[in-house]
Ligand binder design. Structure first.
Ligand SMILES: Nc1nc2c(c(=O)[nH]1)N[C@H]1C(S)=C(S)[C@@H](COP(=O)(O)O)O[C@H]1N2
Ligand SMILES: [Mo]
Length: 523
């Protein structure tokens, strides 16, 4: 083998600083674009770029987010994302410069960015395994493009002898354009598939912020909760709101493509668009939702202020025919709920086609763009998320998803309570032990809660300021207890004077019953 002096000693010229920085930019762009595209296809919320933005919001101290809201109003999120993008451009250029001589520092930089994205995604509420794909794919694409472009630019020892083929400069420019197009395409693709939903939701939130409800929910009075004694806050923050559904992937329907068909035993079939809903009077109602699967003492209960359209008015407009006794609602993913028609037509019930939750559009996991909420009924017979179809029919004719699987047909929420403090098997210091919790009996409301320790006399608990019958009510009381193990029990009584039954029942078919009890130790 003959190795010429010339080719062995051809020095690989270092790429210029501008070229190196461009290589860094394109590599990071490819990473971000790929992450966004994969997220868009698999799980919109797992876009590393958007997740970093969300993480910044989540981790920011409240004075900073309040300041941002004050300074930028509803534009605070675009401003935040633009800021993140600017920072990313700077970091990308630095990565390119770092990789000018040796590729390793650049790889470390891209992987470091990838780790930041991954961390942001996995620390978000409610992540699943599928959410990991996009943040892992992003740095892989970034490193691949970095290595390739460096080769083309001559920094990686892959330089070809000059002469003959296209000049290095032409190759570099050509490939840069190609990579740039791919990155932009990936970004756009991701934006179209997943970002379309994100964008739609953001636009709805902004529209809702400008709308004055025809009827606003009363402000939550101070003293409606006892968080200092261990109860949850009165209104559940959206990320903390319990979630129950059979959807493996959160359905992605934009507000623009959403339609609701109202049909069946009606005089006039209706098809409503999202704009049609927003053109109606919007009502705000604070409602405690409960899942029938909740065990005594369980977590599947939360409260939000919903904004929506009066469902009764929509049904009356369609003109319900005699003989119907059920509204079968269908989600875009095919799940169904059967709601008793007479409940939906009660003037005081307040059933909603909800579009807003705690001052923003419904979160995707909670039914964006539109869901049903019916005070006083368990979710499986009333709270259809991503609702697209309402059929007025009969229970004899049509059976909904869980009814077919052995759960109940009529499912009013049972009067129930939960002890939140002390925790089961906790150790409390000797002296006065505060016992606190929540109670609910939608839509009647709670009139009293009693607590007893070790089977002793029932003691009436202090009730928090009442918000309404459709919501939970917090309670607390205290006992002087001797050291040792103790059992505490609670029972709630509704506003009509009916005390919850002591009889234990499992959740299936129509909700758990029995007095909550737990054991703890006084030291
Ligand atoms: N499309 C759809 N809607 C659904 C469900 C579902 O599985 N699919 N589950 C229902 C049940 S059982 C409950 S308790 C509530 C829970 O609503 P949340 O997840 O917003 O708390 O949604 C209801 N709506
Ligand atoms: Mo449920």
């Amino acid at each position: 083998m003959v190795v010429t002096e010339q080719s062995r000693h051809t020095p690989h010229p270092l790429p210029g600083r501008r070229v190196a920085a461009t290589v860094g930019l394109l590599s990071v762009a490819a990473a971000v674009g790929t992450g966004h595209l994969v997220a868009g296809l698999l799980a919109p919320r797992s876009s590393p770029f958007l997740a970093v933005g969300d993480a910044v919001v989540r981790l920011s101290p409240s004075w900073l987010t309040e300041f941002a809201k004050g300074a930028f109003g509803t534009a605070d999120k675009p401003v935040l994302l633009a800021g993140t993008a600017v920072l990313l451009v700077v970091v990308a250029a630095v990565i390119g410069l770092a990789a000018r001589r040796r590729v390793l520092p650049g790889v470390v930089g891209v992987v470091g960015l990838g780790l930041a994205g991954l961390l942001a995604v996995v620390t978000a509420p409610g992540v699943g395994p599928v959410d990991l794909v996009a943040p892992l794919a992003a740095p892989v694409a970034g490193v691949a493009v970095l290595g390739w472009l460096r080769g083309l630019a001559g920094g990686a020892g892959g330089g070809r002898p000059a002469g003959g083929g296209p000049s290095r400069r032409a190759v570099l420019i050509g490939s840069s354009v190609a990579v740039g197009l791919v990155s932009v395409g990936a970004g756009l693709g991701g934006a179209l598939v997943g970002g379309g939903l994100v964008e739609s939701r953001r636009a709805v939130s902004e529209r809702l912020a400008r709308i004055r409800p025809a009827r606003a929910a009363p402000a939550i009075p101070a003293g409606a909760a006892f968080p200092e004694s261990g109860t949850p806050p009165f209104v559940t923050a959206n990320p903390d709101f319990y979630r129950v559904d059979v959807a493996l992937r959160v359905p992605a329907v934009t507000a623009e493509e959403w339609r609701l068909r109202v049909h069946g035993m009606v005089d006039d079939e209706l098809t409503l668009t999202f704009d049609d809903l927003l053109a109606r009077p919007l009502l705000e109602r604070t409602i405690t939702m409960t899942c029938v699967s909740n065990e005594v003492g369980g977590p599947y209960i939360s409260t939000a202020t919903f904004l929506g359209v009066d469902l009764r008015e929509v049904l009356r407009e369609a003109g319900v025919r005699p003989g119907a006794d059920q509204v079968l609602s269908t989600s875009t993913d095919g799940w169904t709920a059967g709601t008793p028609l007479d409940v939906l037509l009660e003037p005081e019930r307040g059933a909603l086609l909800a579009v807003g939750m705690n001052g923003e559009a419904l979160p995707p996991e909670h039914g964006f763009p539109v869901r049903m909420v019916v005070p006083g009924l368990y979710g499986f017979v009333s709270a259809t998320k991503w609702v697209v179809d309402l059929e007025v029919t009969t229970f004899a004719e049509r059976q909904a998803y869980w009814l077919q699987r052995g759960w109940g047909r009529l499912a009013p929420i049972k009067t129930q309570c939960r002890i939140d403090s002390p925790r089961g098997f906790a150790t409390a210091p000797a002296g006065r032990v505060v016992v606190a919790g929540i109670a609910w009996s939608q839509p009647v409301g709670i009139g009293g809660v009693e607590v007893r320790v070790d089977g002793g006399p029932w003691q009436g608990a202090e009730l928090a300021t009442e918000v309404g019958g459709d919501t939970w009510r917090m309670w607390r009381t205290a006992f002087d207890l001797a050291p040792g193990s103790h059992t505490v029990q609670a029972r709630a009584t509704d506003r009509d004077g009916v005390t919850q039954t002591e009889e234990r029942a499992a959740p299936i078919p129509d909700g758990a019953s029995g007095w909550p009890a737990l054991i703890f130790t006084v030291s």
